[in-house]
Ligand binder design. Structure first.
Ligand SMILES: NC(=O)C1=CN([C@@H]2O[C@H](COP(=O)(O)OP(=O)(O)OC[C@H]3O[C@@H](n4cnc5c(N)ncnc54)[C@H](OP(=O)(O)O)[C@@H]3O)[C@@H](O)[C@H]2O)C=CC1
Ligand SMILES: Nc1c(N[C@@H]2O[C@H](COP(=O)(O)O)[C@@H](O)[C@H]2O)[nH]c(=O)[nH]c1=O
Length: 370
């Protein structure tokens, strides 16, 4: 569930519209974080009934508006006297899917309420476009909640960088490897499979040189049987030391679902600066990157405030010594500690996976101008 809707009704909106936006926000939370914002939509009849809701399930899938309209079409719902209530301004461009503005006009919807503007260069202007085509447009309803829902996505967009997901698989005492460097495996099969699901939906996966040297990982996306998944992320190693010629991460892997030229490729990022690494990945077309450690690189991204989402997998194992999950950060006193909060998007923020626990988090600080 999304943080509860604000108690007061926004001026200019009815209670039914308020309820519909709350339903749209809840629907948005069924999506996943990544290259695209999470978005929800509700079709509200004049008589107060919410006819259908829709949500966006990630890059390449139907947008929330189109999802709600598809449900309406499948159910044969009459869309006369219906307002489309959306958490984000409808897009006005053709990306991997068609423009939502067109879908709204085609469906004969003549009234739209959206919560916050889509300020991205490619998708913005949908509100004005629809108004020009005779649709009654209103916005600002539950804008605070809607802006908060995608705060880090807006930040990443404004910084022209990929959305960054960090994954850590640690012991009960917060360690990611034993003193001799062994770490496979700390978490069990279910938690690791969840990690592979993330690998399968990002454009790129990044590790530091230490992980590349100690683990010699493949960084491929695999299913529960160990077979390669259709989509393979670009595999990146961030280090000043060149990556060994025979490193597994350099080995070719075939992505059968071709989403771009970078799929399954390897890239060496010769830098210690996370912002530079992201700029390089962005130039290659990466919009969502999974940072899989190790502790030095994870800490560098956190110190630079460049982590938008964190998946923390914790195993009931005590190592006692070995690598801490994060290299030291500059925090000296509790008041300066970086705060995180449970993420309501993509299912329960805390869940049990086999013997392990997965905790889905996002930075607590709101660092976006709304
Ligand atoms: N359980 C888990 O989830 C995971 C565990 N691990 C474990 O972690 C251990 C490796 O730890 P660690 O060496 O910290 O791994 P890292 O992957 O963080 O690699 C650190 C190395 O990356 C380079 N580097 C890149 N950016 C920076 C930066 N900003 N500052 C300093 N160096 C940077 C340096 O190499 P160079 O000098 O060549 O430039 C540095 O030595 C292994 O034992 C591995 O098994 C690793 C990943 C996940
Ligand atoms: N040890 C550890 C993880 N480690 C991560 O997995 C990488 C190995 O990837 P691959 O060679 O493709 O299987 C390794 O380098 C590190 O990034 N992950 C987890 O989910 N649980 C674990 O216990």
């Amino acid at each position: 569930m999304i943080p509860s809707a604000q108690e007061r009704t926004d001026p200019g909106f009815t209670t039914a519209e308020h309820t519909a936006m709350t339903a749209a926000l809840d629907a948005a939370a069924r999506g996943v974080r990544g290259a695209n914002p999470v978005v929800g939509a509700a079709l509200l009849h004049q008589d107060g009934r919410i006819l259908h809701t829709g949500h966006h399930s990630g890059a390449g899938t139907l947008h929330a508006e189109a999802d709600a309209l598809r449900k309406a079409k499948d159910a044969g719902t009459d869309l006369a006297d219906v307002t489309m209530v959306i958490t984000l301004e409808p897009c006005n461009h053709t990306g991997r899917t068609g423009p939502c503005t067109g879908a709204i006009l085609d469906a004969g919807i003549d009234s739209v309420i959206f919560a916050v503007h889509d300020g991205t260069e490619a998708a913005s202007g949908g509100g004005a476009f629809l108004a020009d085509h005779g649709v009654s447009m209103r916005h600002g309803l539950l804008a605070e909640q809607a802006a908060d829902l995608n705060d880090r996505w807006f930040t990443a967009q404004s910084q022209n960088r990929p959305f960054v997901t960090l994954k850590i698989a640690q012991s009960l005492d917060g360690r990611v490897a034993a003193p001799d460097g062994t770490s496979q495996w700390i978490t069990g099969p279910s938690a690791r499979e969840a990690g592979h699901e993330i690998r399968a939906r990002v454009d790129a996966i990044l590790v530091g040189g230490g992980t590349a040297r100690v683990d010699n990982p493949t960084l491929t996306a695999r299913d529960a049987q160990g077979n390669p998944r259709d989509h393979q992320p670009l595999r990146a190693v961030m280090s000043r030391t060149p990556v060994a010629h025979d490193a597994r991460v350099r080995r070719g892997v075939v992505a059968s679902a071709h989403n771009g030229e970078i799929d399954g490729r390897f890239v060496w990022l010769n830098t210690h600066d996370p912002a530079q690494a992201l700029a390089r990945l962005a130039a290659l077309g990466v919009t969502h990157v999974l940072v899989e450690g190790g502790p030095t690189v994870s800490a560098a991204f956190l110190a630079a405030n460049l982590v938008d989402e964190l998946w923390l997998y914790q195993a009931p194992m005590i190592l006692g010594d070995g690598k801490a999950a994060l290299a030291p950060l500059p925090t000296q006193t509790l008041a300066d500690a970086a705060r995180w909060r449970s993420d309501p998007v993509a299912g329960p923020s805390v869940r049990t996976l086999g013997n392990d626990v997965a905790w889905h988090l996002r930075p607590a600080a709101v660092s976006v101008s709304k």
